[in-house]
Design a protein around this ligand. Structure first.
Ligand SMILES: CC(C)(COP(=O)(O)OP(=O)(O)OC[C@H]1O[C@@H](n2cnc3c(N)ncnc32)[C@H](O)[C@@H]1OP(=O)(O)O)[C@@H](O)C(=O)NCCC(=O)NCCS
Length: 185
């Protein structure tokens, strides 16, 4: 069975729902910023054409049933504040990888904790995932702190795992099991 997109997830300040093409202009402000994309596996968006190319790639990956791409919206004014993703779903092991990004103007307000925490809860609940993984560059301390606050365990360092943006880099592998998940943490 493929990874099935859930109904929109509501949190006190946010809505997390599957992305549509209409969300791309709002996501430009998030992914059109070199500081935001420095640790992400895609180039900074310079135009709406870059956004459309990314969306087409994501649509193809979602069609395999192994990923769901979400957008994160403010409940106050429905503006786009970021995005998050479940990908590399392995049905037999009920395992998936987690990714996330917020616009720089939104950092440091606990919004990633709120949105990604809600997605983790839904992944372990309605979506039937048993284990979540995240790969993080150790230099990306805000991301490491976010995973720790959600209860992920740092399981190891994968040396020189990736080459991207002209650099070879290590990643920490972080993992969380559904049996360990504490929503109120
Ligand atoms: C990773 C990323 C999403 C983290 O965003 P963030 O805003 O730092 O994360 P949180 O929402 O959890 O905010 C936590 C910070 O807000 C502060 N905060 C303020 N108000 C808060 C509240 N009401 N609740 C919780 N935290 C709050 C916390 O003190 C915390 O600061 P600390 O990490 O210094 O202790 C963000 O840095 C980002 O988008 N980076 C670029 C994309 C990226 O690298 N993605 C990950 C690839 S692996």
């Amino acid at each position: 069975m493929p990874l099935t997109p859930p109904a929109p997830i509501e949190t006190p300040r946010l809505v997390v729902r599957q992305i549509t093409e209409a969300d791309l202009p709002g996501l430009m402000a998030v992914n059109g910023d070199d500081t935001v994309t420095q640790f992400l596996p895609y180039a900074t968006w310079r135009s709406i054409d870059d956004a459309t190319a990314w969306y087409q790639r994501i649509t193809g990956i979602q069609a395999t049933g192994n990923a769901v791409q979400f957008v994160i919206l403010s409940r106050a004014d429905a503006s786009v504040v970021g995005a998050c993703l479940l990908f590399n779903f392995n049905e037999g092991s009920a395992r998936a990888e987690l990714g996330y990004v917020l616009g720089q103007a939104q950092w440091g307000r606990g919004l990633a904790r709120e949105a990604v925490g809600a997605l983790v809860g839904t992944a372990f609940g309605a979506m039937g995932v048993r284990r979540l993984e995240a790969e993080v560059n150790p230099l990306n301390q805000p991301s490491v702190r976010l995973l720790q606050s959600l209860g992920f365990t740092r399981e190891g360092l994968l040396r020189q795992r990736w080459v991207g943006k002209g650099k070879t880099y290590d990643v920490e592998l972080h993992g969380l099991l559904s049996a360990e998940w504490q929503p109120a943490r």
